[in-house]
Design a protein around this ligand. Sequence first.
Ligand code: S3P
Length: 169
Amino acid sequence: MQKNIVLVGFMGAGKSAVGQALAARLQRELVDLDEVIIERQGRPITRIFEESGEAYFRRLEKSLVKEISQRESLIIACGGGVVLDNDNVDNLKRKGKVIYLRASPEVILKRTKNYPHRPLLNVADQQKKIAELLSLREPFYALADFTVDTSDKTIAQVVEEILKLLKND
Ligand code: S3P
């Protein structure tokens, strides 16, 4: 069996874009967890948060992680908060290698500020919110098998770096 390649990291770290490139490069199927949730719910993440609350979203996310992580050979792009739940990390690691895509707070702000589809960053002081969430989450992202900094790299460079790490593993 081929292990799943699981991309975790903060909003704007490049999980979806790198996931697409990695899937194309390796001819593997990409599962973008947020996209699956949006499709199954028939409404965007902002509306799920507004209408049903974050806790409800986290329950959907957790059960999807459980379902998807039983499969093999996938590229899995996770939402930024997936690692906050230990069961999610355990499930994803069972058949996968977890890669933390890191980005600096400045880069995250630049990449996320014009995109309103992230309910957690729809606040007055985005910079402060990013700093707060990042410091809270850093220990959880550190549970990944590998870390790749995406701040000053192209998507293609990140893909190559991931492939190198996995080859030497
Ligand atoms: C979240 C990140 C989002 C999405 C939801 C919550 C988070 O995914 O799952 O808005 O808690 O960091 P992206 O990281 O793909 O933006």
